[in-house]
Design a protein around this ligand. Structure first.
Ligand SMILES: [Mg+2]
Length: 87
């Protein structure tokens, strides 16, 4: 389903649109997280919504720039490195 969305969206939006949207969504996620830290209130529905928005846009950017495999590779490297550091 996400690939279908990415294919359709890539015909309607350009890199600039998608990057701007990703910045907007990460800002909204930041706002939920900052509210949690500053006011000690967490709305899990809001958090889930914003994480979903960010994941959708990250997925779109990876699709658009064809870097999905590269990101996966870097993610594995970084997870392994963190596990080493935590020993
Ligand atoms: Mg949002």
């Amino acid at each position: 389903m996400i690939n279908k969305l990415n294919e359709i969206a890539s015909t309607k939006y350009n890199n600039y649109n998608d990057i701007l949207k990703l910045v907007e969504e990460t800002t909204e996620l930041n706002e939920v997280l900052i509210k949690f830290i500053n006011k000690n209130t967490l709305n899990k529905n809001d958090l889930a919504d914003e994480i979903a928005d960010v994941e959708i846009m990250l997925n779109r950017i990876k699709f658009r720039l064809n870097i999905d495999e590269k990101v996966l590779h870097r993610k594995h490297f970084k997870i392994k490195r963190q596990l080493e550091r935590l020993k």
